[in-house]
Ligand binder design. Structure first.
Ligand code: TYM
Length: 343
């Protein structure tokens, strides 16, 4: 079976963009592929962090994977820092990744500008190499992510190609290896709709955990009245009726997309249903649909958080399964690079 790997950073709370762009698609994939879903806590320290918040966000994120329908019998659910192969492979890859490739990353440029230049940690620059290590350790074929991760996956492919070329093939064979490619070349998998969910306060910027205003995003754990209120206050325009895909109306396109995804309608059907409604008529309908979709997820989440030992068991089993797969790849890399085998 083909392999699938993906992850979410445990920073802040997960929002509808994380869910519609990524997690919801993982659920569909777990029946068809060998799946690994990771809470990438090592990535969460590339921006200044509070230890207590990290601890809490890591458990919450894992519980939200489960509440979204990821089944620990089908998928390995684990915490990145529990499998030390991630950090180790990241180091090995870093030494062969040109700094220029990393400086070109859009997210690095954006995030480093938000901080005092003196305080930007080296990890913010090397972040995508750790992400490449995550993916390459599992011989991943497909990486289900939102649009904003496309460039990082391109980079993971470039790193893998370069590494295979430099250390794979006959050179590796002479060192006692199997020869051929060390890493499989992964591909990004993006949903046809939902790969870029936009902010409620501005239809031209993406919904994000780090946006200052909480009113700009729909958090998966927002109570129904908060959700309804945020949608009520979402930015509108002065056009009559509602339209999907009019470039002058990004807010309408975004809210219709969300409506279609939470009701299970095609975007065409959703657009047709609401085209004659005013914003004032559409918003309560959207709010009801979002609440109806998230309520069962929130109920499952609350149950999961009540039982501390269940989540611990899931994460322990996930880490064990992941470690086994990851160490196989890591041992190949060590051998191909000429590291002394442990006696
Ligand atoms: P992160 O934690 O920022 O986001 C997690 C996932 O949610 C998607 N996403 C969105 N999708 C649609 N609309 C949005 N507004 C939106 N915002 C976020 C992201 O594309 C992502 O799929 N570097 C990654 C985490 C990571 C990873 C990996 C992912 C680390 N290692 C290996 C895949 C494979 C990140 O920061 O995602």
């Amino acid at each position: 079976r083909q392999r699938v790997f993906s992850g979410v950073q445990p920073t802040g709370t997960l929002h509808l963009g994380n869910y519609l762009g990524a997690i919801r698609n993982w659920v569909k994939m777990q029946d068809l592929y060998d799946t690994y879903f990771c809470v990438v806590d090592l990535h969460a320290i590339t921006m200044p962090h509070e230890p207590r918040d990290l601890l809490e966000a890591t458990r919450k994120s894992a519980a939200l994977y489960l509440a979204s329908g990821i089944d620990p019998e089908k998928a390995a659910i684990f915490v990145q820092s529990h499998v030390s192969a991630h950090a180790e492979l990241a180091w090995l890859l870093q030494c062969y990744t040109p700094i220029g490739w990393l400086r070109r990353m859009i997210q690095f440029k954006e995030k480093s500008q938000k901080q005092n230049a003196e305080e930007v940690g080296a990890g913010l620059l090397t972040y995508p190499v750790l992400m490449a290590a995550d993916i390459l350790l599992y011989g991943t074929d497909l990486v289900p992510v939102g649009e904003d991760q496309r460039q990082h996956i391109e980079l993971a492919r470039d790193i893998a190609e370069r590494f295979n070329h430099k250390f794979g093939g006959s050179k590796w064979k002479k060192l006692g290896g199997r020869g051929g490619k060390i890493f499989k070349i992964p591909e990004a998998f993006m949903p046809p709709a939902g790969a870029r969910v936009m902010s409620l306060s501005d239809g031209t910027s993406k919904m994000s955990k780090s946006a200052e205003s909480d009113a700009s995003r729909i958090n998966l754990l927002d109570p129904p009245d908060v959700l309804a209120n945020k949608i009520k206050r979402a930015k509108t325009d002065a056009f009559k009726g509602l339209e999907y895909d009019n470039p002058d109306r990004p807010e309408a396109t975004n809210l219709i997309t969300i409506y279609s995804l939470v009701t299970g309608m095609s975007t065409e059907a959703a657009a047709e249903e609401v085209c004659d409604l005013s914003w004032g008529e559409f918003k309560p309908r959207l709010a009801d649909a979002v609440v109806a979709h998230l309520e069962p997820l929130q109920q499952r989440y609350n149950l999961i958080m009540e039982d501390k030992s269940y989540l611990d068991e899931v994460l322990a089993k996930g880490a064990g399964d992941a470690e086994e797969a990851a160490n196989r790849t890591l041992n190949n890399v060590r051998q191909a690079m000429g590291f002394q085998p442990r006696p």
